[in-house]
Ligand binder design. Structure first.
Ligand code: 4NP
Length: 160
């Protein structure tokens, strides 16, 4: 909770052009539909800085459009201040978890770091949102469906 009484959530993936900007867009859209978007601050970031300033990958934008979303955030790199700034830091896979842990200056901050599969309901049993970057459109669609499942659960779990 920040000075504006907002709960803040940061989605993290490797490049911040496929999975985490989709998570950001989906949660923003669901929160808006629920009328609680003013209570939340939602953002995304990448472990790496290769794509900083870029829109999400064209295939993910297209997949978003087909599913009724607009993924249009600009990529940025995760930085250590994010540990302070956010209440929830949600990573897409085990590699992301390990990378964030290596950047983390103390154990208290690690309590804010969550794996996305913690929030799977329909897809309980899946362990991550696999990186679709080297995959095909079916992989992008699967990522969106996993993220929709997690975002639905998040909104319920946070009882916002
Ligand atoms: P993301 O996918 O982590 O879901 O954004 C990737 C995008 C780009 C790269 C890797 C993963 N890359 O190596 O450039």
């Amino acid at each position: 909770m920040d000075i504006f009484n907002k709960t803040s959530l940061l989605f993290v993936c490797l490049g911040n052009i496929c999975r985490s900007p989709a998570a950001e867009g989906i949660l923003k859209s669901m929160a808006k539909e629920k009328g609680i978007d003013n209570n939340l601050f939602i953002d995304s970031a990448g472990i790496g800085g290769w794509h900083v300033g870029q829109l999400p990958d064209r295939r993910m934008r297209e997949c978003g459009y087909k599913n009724g979303y607009d993924f249009s955030s600009k990529a940025r790199q995760f930085n250590k201040m994010d540990f302070e700034r956010f209440d929830y830091i949600i990573v897409m896979d085990e590699d992301n978890y390990r990378d964030i842990k290596m950047k983390c200056p103390n154990g208290e901050y690690m309590k804010k770091v969550h794996r996305i599969n913690e929030y799977f309901t329909k897809y309980k049993g899946e362990m991550s949102v696999p990186d679709p970057y080297y995959g095909d459109m079916a992989d992008f669609q699967f990522a969106v469906e996993l993220l929709e499942d997690a975002c639905q659960t998040l909104l319920t779990k946070l009882s916002l």
